[in-house]
Design a protein around this ligand. Structure first.
Ligand code: NDP
Ligand code: BG6
Length: 511
């Protein structure tokens, strides 16, 4: 058998053929995401020798910034945010091919300049190159950027070859079903679907990819993965951070648009979908869409609610007093935006009928944790006494997506001694123990995949629409209700009591 001699990051990935000469343009290059994630990701790909010799970076934004200044800003963000320290020699290789272009996102002039810059890079290098356009701006300008790329001919450049242009679109992809459909139409009017990479950075996380491996590379889980054995599933995406400086954005967004519609629903889809026929991007996306479409519409109202929303009040995070959401910068004192949401979903298919899926996400919660907990049913009868039976824990399998990445199985074991007494015991798998720490960041994998042209870890248009289809009626309901039903929770807690009550109805509780 021939050995895979490629870099460990690439080994075993049949799709990866290496990156062809590439010019990557980042729209919104003066922004937070570019500095904290994108430039460090590109740098780390260079450290791993995964960038082609012909690699060029162009920052694009409204304010004119000289190339030299942008290079300095980029070097600074690597020093500050990269998982590996700045190595001058490696940075010099990227730096000499780094440029900045300015222009309004809704004005053609800047895009013409960008087109000229790309042509002159190709001319100097003496070869044609693929362009990857990374749209890292607020969603309000996704549409004009896409249209202007079409207007100046950059979208269709080399369209029938493997050098065809690619466009990466950040989240949130729209604000409701209608706007997502409109954005899809605008994109499809300019690009072919194979050119479009809708990003959800959770899909680039190692542990999220591992979910597919755990499910489909092992035989022990599948027989249990259904309504006969699973009692309920809990997906938690909790952050201890508040909205920070992003109050303006967050006010328009809230927890359901910012986290549930995308990251949390993607975790749900990967956890609950059927096995795809192959690891092909379309096969996986088809299964995710089928699953998302099988989710029953949410029952909206106040009797036995299936949704809870709340805002954080002041409280303690790591022993420090923090302010409540309505006192944050850029947030209205009468804000109706939720910083926490919990949903109870039902999936209408053969596998999952009757199994509640609880989803929750919030800011300023007790600690940062993302996990999927599968709670199994209790044994049908017991050899143990009535009392012991009561003490038996439900078996559970927990995928810890972050931090402390790994998985844990909870079993009941015997306490050593003459009596037969039980105690829940845990079997752990820890990424850091088995594989070491400092694994690639999600954005490294996703930027690389976009350059290679592998869409497996990106979202298809119908997928995002299926997810909005579920969430949009909820937003309409909340909008009509104003403040009614908005709960509060102390910063540093696990959310509002109403979210606990939602689970009690079925005798469940959050893990
Ligand atoms: P920023 O608010 O930092 O904006 C990025 C850039 O967009 C700005 O530097 C600015 O560039 C331009 N911009 C800002 N506001 C406007 C506006 N009203 N009209 C036109 N252009 C504007 O955003 P982020 O970098 O935080 O996020 C970018 C995208 O990535 C968003 O869609 C966000 O949802 C998504 N995202 C962000 C994450 C993060 O951690 N930051 C995580 C995951 C996704 P200039 O003035 O130079 O034109
Ligand atoms: C982003 C949200 O998509 O994800 C942020 O806009 C959130 O509000 C972030 O903080 C969380 O990402 P991670 O990778 O830190 O869990």
């Amino acid at each position: 058998m021939s050995q895979d001699k490629r870099h460990p990051f690439l080994q075993g990935l049949s799709k990866h053929r290496g990156v062809q000469p590439t010019i990557i343009t980042i729209f919104g290059a003066s922004g937070d995401l570019c500095a904290r994630k994108l430039v460090p990701a590109i740098y780390n790909l260079a450290v791993d020798n995964l960038l082609p010799a012909d690699f060029y970076l162009i920052g694009f934004g409204r304010k004119p910034i000289p190339d030299a200044e942008f290079r300095e800003i980029a070097a600074e963000s690597i020093s500050k945010f990269s998982r590996r320290p700045l190595n001058k020699e490696i940075w010099n290789r990227i730096e000499k091919n780094t440029y900045y272009c300015s222009g309004g996102y809704d004005e053609l002039e800047g895009f013409q300049k960008l087109n000229d810059k790309i042509s002159s890079i190709e001319k100097d290098a003496g070869r044609e190159m693929q362009s990857v356009f990374y749209v890292s701006t607020p969603p309000s300008v996704f549409d004009p950027i896409v249209k202007n790329l079409g207007e100046v001919g950059l979208a269709t450049k080399y369209q029938d070859s493997d050098k065809h242009t690619k466009v990466v679109i950040e989240k949130p992809f729209g604000k409701d079903l209608e706007s997502a459909q409109a954005l899809n139409r605008a994109i499809q009017g300019v690009f072919q679907e194979r050119q479009v990479y809708r990003i959800d950075h959770y899909l680039g996380k190692e542990t999220v990819q591992d979910l597919l491996v755990q499910r489909f590379a092992n035989t022990i889980f599948e027989p249990l993965w259904n309504r006969n054995y699973v009692d309920n599933v809990q997906i938690t995406v909790a952050e201890s951070l508040g909205v920070g400086t992003r109050g303006g954005y967050y006010e328009q967004s809230g927890a359901t648009r910012d986290m549930i519609q995308n990251h949390t629903m993607q975790l749900l889809a990967l956890m609950a979908m059927e096995a795809p026929a192959s690891l092909d991007a379309e096969a996986i996306r088809d299964e995710k869409v089928k699953l998302l479409k099988a989710i029953k519409p949410l029952k909206l109202g106040y009797e036995n609610p299936e949704v809870v929303r709340a805002q954080y009040a002041e409280g303690l995070i790591d022993g420090q007093k923090v302010k409540g959401y309505r006192d944050e910068e850029g947030v209205s004192p009468q804000s109706e935006t939720e910083t926490y949401a919990a949903l109870k979903l039902a999936i209408n298919n053969w596998r999952w009928e009757g199994v509640p899926f609880y989803l929750r996400s919030g800011k300023r919660m007790a600690r940062r944790v993302t996990e999927i907990a599968i709670q199994f049913k209790r044994p049908p009868s017991s050899l143990f006494s009535e009392n012991e039976m009561i003490n038996l824990a439900n078996n559970s399998l927990v995928f810890q997506i972050q931090p402390d990445e790994g998985s844990t199985i909870l079993l009941n074991g015997k306490i050593p001694g003459l009596q037969t007494r039980t105690q829940p015991v845990k079997m752990h798998f820890r990424y850091s123990t088995t594989f070491g720490s400092n694994t690639p960041e999600a954005y490294e994998r996703l930027v690389l995949d976009a350059m290679i042209g592998d869409g497996t870890l990106f979202i298809r248009g119908d997928e995002t629409e299926a997810s909005w289809n579920l969430i949009t009626p909820l937003h309409e309901f909340w909008k009509a209700e104003g403040q009614r039903g908005m709960e509060t929770y102390a910063s540093g807690s696990w959310g509002p009591n109403a979210a606990d009550r939602m689970l009690w109805e079925k005798n469940h509780e959050w893990r």
